[in-house]
Structure formats: C-alpha cells, structure tokens
Design a protein around this ligand. Structure first.
Ligand code: HSE
Length: 371
C-alpha cells in the first residue's frame, strides 16, 4: 500500500512513525503546509501532487476540520484512491456525501480512529453487526470532558481550574468549545449510531447538551448523594424508532461509568445476542489514534471497506422520559430541590433539551436511569 498522507501534525506524524519500518504499508508522500524534510518521503504543499500521483492508492486524511478535508477526500475518491481518516466531524457531517461517493467511485473508506481513538470500537461494531442487531450505542466518548468532570469530582476543582489543567496537559484546546459543548461527542455518536444501526440519522434532530455551565455547587450536590456526573452519548433503535442525544448524566457508584478516570473513554453497545459490551481505553493521543489509522490500512489491504452498508435516512424521536437535575429558571412542576437546582418529574429528552435551548446559561443532567 502506497499512502499519500494529508497533514503532518500529531496524528500524521504518528502514522508515519508506525509505518516507517513496514514493507507492506509505506507513506510515499506527505502534503503539509510547513516545509520539512521527511526521510524517504516526497513532501509537497500542493494536494494535486497527491491526487495526480498514480502510485498512491490510499489517502490518509489527518488534517482535521471540515474544509478543505472534504474537498480533498472527494478529489481522492474521484481519483480512485481509498481513504482512511480519523476525522469524526467530516464523517458525521458529510455521511450522505461520502458514503454514496465512495460507492460511485468504487473506492473504500474507513474511519476507525474517529471514535474512541485507539479503541477498536467501529471495527468491533462491524463484527457485531455480522451476527446480531444492535439496539443501543453510547457512553463516554470525550476525554477532555471526562478529565474536567473527573477533576471536579475527585479533586474538588472548580470548572475553570479543571479546564485549565486539561489545557495544560494538552487534552483541551485553547478554544475548548467543541469538546465542552458536546459537539465532539455528538460527531462520535452520529458515526457510531449510523454504523451500528445501518442508517443515516437526521443530524439536525440530535440535541447536544455540554458541560460548559457546570459549577462546583452542582458537583457538590451530586457527590453528597453518591452520584458522579459524566458527559454521555445515547443512541437507541427500538421497534423501528431511533433516538439519539448527548447530555450530562449522573451515575451511581455501581455503574462502570462513575469510575472512568482522567481522559479515558468508556463506550458500550447492546446487541440482541451478546447483550451489553463495554470498551475502555484512551480516546485520543498520537499513538492510540495512529494505531487505528494503521489498522484501517491493514483492513483495506485485506479487502475491508466501510463498516456497514449505507442506510436509509431516518428521523430521531426523543420521547424517552427521564428525571433531570436542572439549574436555571424552571417554572414547570418540580419534584424536589437540590440546593439552587430542581429535580424534574419524568420529562421527555426532547422537552429537557428544548428547556436548555431556551436557557443557554442553564445546566442540566439526567438522573440515573433504572436499568
Ligand atoms: N478532543 C477529543 C477528546 C479528542 O477530548 O476526546 C479525540 O477525539
């Protein structure tokens, strides 16, 4: 396999290092902005050099973001090249563009590193689907939020202090919005649920609540009741109805989720044969992410393609009823007060997220679901 690598940042360098001594997979060209010398590799600023190189059969996209990643991946597919990417935003937002295009061009796309970094999550979902029907996917998919919530819970830090720590450790970016507003988790949920259920979810129907507004007083109230807050994604397929949402969720100490430390991920599925399976590991970082990019390259060499067939477009119906901890102006009937917050009676997920949309300074977290 001859790879044209787009981007030579954290992930791109990791892919180069992991393949440097392999005979079967070679990075032959790198497209990056900065002039640099990479032994044995052609370095270019011009993406057309990659597209027009007939010796390159696979493009590894490691530049991130939506543009120009989308245009580069489309051009690579039109040129007959397979594509491997770790870019969850790209795959989530342009699922309906990239899946049909890859089919039309007769090329293959893989993106295992886009969800769970080094965890073999999407590749295992592919195997699970061979045997059984998946009815649930979800869990802790964002290391930055888990780090912040863990530091607030275990070390008693305030939000700003915990975020600053996450930034100094390189987990959170200078502008942490994508992580703390739940957008990164939203992207990962969309990709996971599309693969698991073999459909294309209507992404504008999927709400995401983040952790930006959580305060020390919230975490203190949770801790006093033996609860731990985590940012969690949920995707369900029951009786032909699809639900999907991202929200802070409270867990009792019996739950595995309550014990996920630092920047780790814990992602689970439920199938109708194997029951519940959970996957724990590092959801980000150079080597974990590059590991799954190279695994995808090996899978492509072995004839592998996308994890599931491109499926029909489906709407989302979030009518599941949950009790919520809500801090902010809430005028509906409230069951109980926890400090300055209220606990709602069971309300639909859609109602809870509609409240948040109308109260952007508020905070909500779902109470433990009786499983
Ligand atoms: N910002 C992401 C996280 C990185 O914190 O999990 C990997 O997608």
């Amino acid at each position: 396999m001859k790879i044209g690598l787009l981007g030579f940042g954290t992930v791109g360098q990791g892919v180069y290092e992991l393949t440097r001594d392999r005979e079967d997979i070679q990075v032959v060209a790198v497209c990056c902005r900065r002039a640099r010398t990479i032994p044995g590799v052609t370095v270019t600023h011009d993406f057309q050099d990659i597209v027009n190189d007939p010796t390159i059969d696979t493009v590894v996209e490691a530049i991130g973001g939506l543009h120009p990643a989308l245009e580069y991946v489309q051009a690579a597919m039109h040129a007959g090249k397979n594509v491997v990417t770790a870019n969850k935003a790209l795959v989530a937002c342009f699922y309906d563009t990239l899946l049909p295009l890859s089919q039309a061009c007769g090329v293959r796309l893989r993106c295992t590193a886009s969800v769970g970094g080094g965890i073999g999550w999407l590749s295992e979902l592919e195997r699970v689907r061979r045997i059984e029907t998946v009815r649930y996917v979800g869990g802790i998919m964002n290391g930055t939020c888990n780090y912040i919530l863990d530091a607030m819970t275990r070390l008693g830090l305030g939000y700003d202090e915990a975020l600053a720590q996450a930034q100094s450790l390189g987990y959170a970016e200078a502008d942490p919005s994508t992580d703390v507003d739940g957008i990164d988790t939203w992207h990962k949920l969309i990709v996971s649920a599309n693969v698991a259920f073999g459909v294309s979810l209507t992404i504008s129907d999927i709400p995401a609540a983040g952790i930006r507004n959580i305060r020390k007083e919230d975490v203190d109230a949770f801790r006093a009741r033996g609860l731990t807050c985590k940012l969690v994604s949920t995707g369900k397929h029951q009786g032909g109805v699809f639900s999907a949402y991202v929200q802070p969720t409270l867990f009792t100490q019996e739950a595995l989720e309550a014990h996920v430390p630092s920047n780790y991920n814990l992602i689970a599925l439920e199938g109708n044969v194997s029951g519940r399976q959970s996957f724990f590991g590092q959801g980000a970082g150079r080597y974990p992410t590059a590991y799954n990019v190279v695994q995808d390259c090996v899978d492509l060499m072995n004839g592998g393609g996308f994890y599931s067939p491109y499926g029909e477009k489906v709407p989302i119906v979030n009518q599941e009823k949950l009790c919520y901890y809500i801090r902010g102006e809430y005028t509906q009937a409230a069951a109980e007060r926890w400090g300055s917050a209220v606990i709602t009676p069971p309300i639909t997920v859609a109602e809870a997220h509609a409240w948040l949309a109308a109260h952007p300074d508020g905070f909500l977290a779902a109470l433990p679901n009786r499983r």
